[in-house]
Design a protein around this ligand. Structure first.
Ligand code: ATP
Ligand code: MG
Length: 678
C-alpha cells in the first residue's frame, strides 16, 4: 500500500514556547532533522533540557508520544526528566516510553516473555531473593560445604553481574580476580549454571536478566526486533556515559533496524559507573559507530556561578584523559567556593549543620541545599547532628544508615540487653548462627521471650537442644558475647557496648554474612563515635533509631511535604542541582577513596566523581575536611587534605578553619562562629 505522509508545520507560538528559551546551539540540537545526534557537553550546559525539549518538539511535529523512547541510567535522573517533560507537554508525557533501561526492558519483556520461555507474569528478584537463590545454587553445585575459604554468595553474584554487563565470559572475569577467587573458577561457573536453572524454574529474572533478555529478544528473534523497531520512531538517551555496552547496544540495534533516529546525550567527564561496566567509550565512539551523526557541543553553563564553574573546570583539567570542554557561566558572580577545616568529624558535622541553619535563616529553603558524600558512611555523623538539631533531612543514598543490615545487627545486641523480649532482635541474631534458618530462629526466639529470664534461657539445655549440631558451638559464643555486652553497661554507655559487640563473634561473622565487610566495619566505627555523645541507650535509640516519623517515606524520596535537606551519595546525585552544596570528608583515603586508587585509572575516576559533586552547585559550594579522623578503638590520626583540594590554584577557593566553643546546658557542642562573616 502506498504511504502518504502528512507534513505538519509547527504553530509559531508553540515553536516559540518550545525553543524560545534555548540558546542557538541548544535550539539546533532540539530541532535537528531525523537521524543520529550526539550532544557532548559539560555539566549544567542544558543537555537534559535539550533532550526534554526535543521530545516535546518531536511530539509537536506529529510524532506520537507513544513511539518515543526516553531512557537514562539512574531512577532519580529518570524521574527528574519525566517531571520536566510533564511541565512542558502535560498529559502527553505519560505516553512516552520513559525510564531506566531496566524499567523499559521489563515493560517490553512482559509482552514477549513466552518467546524466551518465561510466562508474562515472571517475577523480578530483588537482591535478597537473588542471594537466596545463589545459596541454593551453591548447594546444587556442591560448593557450600567446601570449607571456610569458599567464595561468598554476594561475591559470586557480583562476578556474574560483571560478566553480564561487560559482555565477557564468566571464566575470564573470574580469572582476573585475585588468586583466592580465581582458583574457584570452574565451581563458580557451575554455580552460575545452577543459578540460571533455578531462576528459570522459578519463572524469575533478576535485574541483569531484564537487560540480557531484552538483548536476546532483539538479537535472536528478528520478528521481535522488527516489532520493536516498528513501534519506536525516536530514541533518546540521557547520561549515556554511565550506560554500559549491553544497554547501549540493545537500543542502538533497535534504532538501526528501524527509524535510525537516536539522540545521545552525555559528558565523558562525568562517567562514574565504571564499577558497573560503564565506559565513556560508548559516548566517545558514537560518531564512529554512526557515520554521518551530527555532533553538538554546548558551551554555556546556566547552572553555576562563574566562581563555581572556574573551580570545577580547574579540577577536571587534572585528569589525563577526556574530551576538552570549556564552559562559560551565564550567571552573575557569587561567593568563591569555601574550603573549611574542622578539628574532627564531629566538628565538621556541627559546622555543616550550623551552616544549613544559617542558610535557611537567610532564605534558602532546606530542599535547595544538599550534602553530597563519596561513601554512604561519610554522612553518618552529619545525620546524627541533623537529628539532634531537629533539621529535617532526606537520605538519598540507598538505605538510611540506621536501617542498614549491619547497623541493625549491632543495635539488636543492645536492644536485647535493654529489652530481653525484643523478638525481632533475637530472631535477627539467631539467624546468624550456622545451620539456623528462619524456622529454628523463630522457634528459639519464641521460647526465649516466654521464659522468665530470656538471657538465662538462652544458655539452657532446652535451647541447646533446639540448635542444630553445627550451630551449638556458635550458640555458646553468642551467650558469651551477650554477657560481655551486658557487662559493658550499654544502658549508660552505648559506645562501650558497641565496642563490646565488636570484640565478639560478630566482627568475624560480618565477613561471612555480607559483601563489602570493610565498609560495614567502617560504618560501625562511625556509629560508635556517634554513640559516644550519648550517656543513655534510651536517648540514643529515641534520638537516632526511632526518628522514623519525622522522615517517613524517605526511601521513596518523599519527606511528607516537609522542607528537608538532601543527603546523598554523589552517585545518586547525577543530573541534579542545588543552590548550596556541601561536600564533606575531603581527606585522602576517604575522597579519593583509598581502595579505588589501586584500580587502573582509579584516580581519574575518583576525580570525575568529585567533578560531578562540585558541578551540582548553583550558587555556593562548601567543601569541608577534618584535620583528624578516628579509627574506632585505635584512636585519632592526623588526616591529609584531599589531593583534589591541594592540586588547585589557591586563588580559586577561600580557606577557613572552624573554632569550637561549648554552650552551657545539654545541647551538643557547636562552633561559636561561622567560619566567615557573611
Ligand atoms: P548535567 O551534566 O549535570 O546533567 P545538563 O547539561 O543536563 O547538566 P541541565 O540540567 O539541562 O544541564 O541544565 C542546567 C540548568 O540550567 C537547569 O536548571 C536548566 O533549566 C538551566 N538551563 C539550561 N539551558 C538554559 C537556557 N538556555 N536558559 C536558561 N536556563 C537554562
Ligand atoms: Mg543532565
Amino acid at each position: 500500500m502506498r504511504k502518504i505522509t502528512v507534513r505538519r508545520t509547527l504553530d509559531a507560538s508553540l515553536a516559540e514556547r518550545l525553543t524560545g528559551d534555548l540558546n542557538e546551539s541548544q535550539r539546533a540540537a532540539v530541532t535537528a532533522p531525523p537521524g543520529y545526534q550526539l550532544i557532548l557537553a559539560g555539566p549544567g550546559s542544558g543537555k537534559t533540557r535539550v533532550i526534554v525539549h526535543r521530545v516535546a518538539y518531536l511530539i509537536a511535529t506529529g510524532i506520537p508520544a507513544g513511539s518515543i523512547m526516553l531512557v537514562t541510567f539512574t531512577r532519580r535522573a529518570a524521574r527528574e526528566m519525566v517531571d520536566r517533560l510533564g511541565a512542558l507537554v502535560g498529559q502527553d508525557a505519560s505516553q512516552v516510553w520513559s525510564g531506566t533501561f531496566h524499567h523499559i526492558a521489563n515493560r517490553l519483556l512482559r509482552s514477549s516473555a513466552e518467546v524466551l520461555g518465561y510466562t508474562p507474569r515472571f517475577s523480578i528478584l530483588d537482591s535478597e531473593d537473588q542471594l537466596d537463590l545463589i545459596r541454593l545454587a551453591m548447594d546444587d553445585a556442591g560448593l557450600s560445604d567446601a570449607g571456610s575459604m569458599t567464595p561468598k554468595p554476594a561475591v559470586i553474584r557480583r562476578l556474574i553481574s560483571l560478566h553480564v554487563n561487560l559482555r565477557r565470559p564468566l571464566g575470564e572475569v573470574v580469572s582476573e580476580q585475585g588468586e583466592a577467587i580465581a582458583r574457584w573458577r570452574s565451581e563458580i561457573e557451575a554455580v552460575a549454571a545452577a543459578f540460571e536453572t533455578r531462576k528459570k524454574a522459578a519463572d524469575s529474572m533478576d535485574y541483569d536478566d531484564l537487560l540480557v533478555n531484552w538483548d536476546r529478544l532483539v538479537r535472536e528473534f528478528p520478528e521481535e526486533r522488527d516489532r520493536q523497531a516498528g513501534r519506536f520512531r525516536q530514541f533518546l538517551i540521557d547520561e549515556m556515559q554511565d550506560a554500559n555496552s549491553l544497554q547501549v547496544g540493545v537500543v542502538e540495534s533497535i534504532a538501526e533496524a528501524g527509524s535510525g533516529c537516536l539522540t545521545a546525550v552525555g559528558d565523558d567527564a562525568q562517567s562514574i559507573y565504571g564499577f558497573r561496566g560503564a565506559s565513556a567509550d560508548n559516548i566517545l565512539g558514537f560518531p564512529q559507530r554512526h557515520p554521518g551523526a551530527r555532533v553538538f557541543h554546548l558551551d554555556v553553563n546556566y547552572r553555576s556561578t562563574p566562581q563555581v564553574v572556574a573551580f570545577t573546570r580547574a579540577s577536571i583539567r587534572n585528569n589525563r584523559r577526556g574530551f576538552p570542554k570549556d564552559l562559560v557561566s551565564a550567571l552573575p558572580a557569587g561567593p568563591i567556593p569555601l574550603v573549611v577545616a574542622a578539628q574532627d568529624g564531629q566538628e565538621e558535622a556541627a559546622f555543616i549543620a550550623q551552616e544549613i541553619l544559617e542558610g535557611r535563616d537567610r532564605g534558602t529553603a532546606l530542599s535547595r541545599m544538599a550534602v553530597l558524600y563519596r561513601s554512604h558512611h561519610d554522612g553518618i555523623l552529619i545525620q546524627g547532628e541533623l537529628l539532634s538539631r531537629r533539621i529535617p533531612y532526606m537520605v538519598r543514598s540507598g538505605q538510611r544508615f540506621f536501617e542498614q543490615a549491619h547497623i541493625k545487627d549491632v543495635t539488636a545486641y543492645l536492644r536485647i540487653i535493654q529489652n530481653p523480649r525484643d523478638l525481632a532482635s533475637w530472631r535477627r541474631l539467631l539467624l546468624h548462627l550456622p545451620g539456623v534458618g528462619a524456622a529454628t530462629s523463630g522457634a528459639i526466639a519464641e521460647r526465649l521471650i516466654q521464659a522468665p529470664d530470656p538471657l538465662a534461657a538462652l544458655e539452657s539445655a532446652e535451647t541447646m537442644a533446639l540448635a542444630p549440631s553445627r550451630g551449638k558451638g556458635y550458640l555458646a559464643g553468642f551467650v558469651m558475647d551477650l554477657k560481655r555486652v551486658r557487662e559493658s553497661d550499654p544502658v549508660k554507655n552505648p559506645a562501650a557496648a558497641i565496642t563490646a559487640v565488636m570484640a565478639g563473634g560478630y566482627s568475624s561473622a560480618i565477613r561471612l554474612l555480607y559483601e563489602h565487610a570493610d565498609e560495614r566495619l567502617a560504618d560501625i566505627e562511625q556509629f560508635a563515635i556517634l554513640a559516644a555523645k550519648y550517656d543513655s541507650l534510651e536517648r540514643l535509640t529515641a534520638n537516632l533509631l526511632l526518628s522514623g516519623d519525622l522522615h517517613a517515606g524517605d526511601l521513596e524520596g518523599d519527606s511528607g511535604g516537609q522542607d528537608a535537606i538532601v543527603l546523598s551519595t554523589i552517585h545518586q546525585a547525577k543530573g541534579l542541582e542545588w543552590s548550596r552544596v556541601f561536600v564533606p570528608r575531603l581527606v585522602e583515603e576517604s575522597f579519593p577513596h583509598g581502595r579505588a586508587l589501586d584500580e587502573p585509572e582509579g584516580e581519574d575516576e575518583e576525580r570525575r566523581i568529585f567533578y560531578v559533586a562540585v558541578s551540582r552547585a548553583q550558587h555556593e559550594l562548601i567543601l569541608t575536611y577534618p584535620l583528624t579522623v578516628s579509627r574506632g578503638g585505635r584512636g585519632s590520626f592526623l588526616a591529609r587534605p584531599s589531593r583534589f583540594l591541594l592540586e588547585l590554584d589557591p586563588g580559586l577557593v577561600e580557606w577557613a578553619e572552624v573554632g569550637s566553643e561549648f554552650d552551657l546546658g545539654d545541647s551538643p557542642p557547636r562552633p561559636a562562629n561561622s567560619a566567615r562573616d557573611r
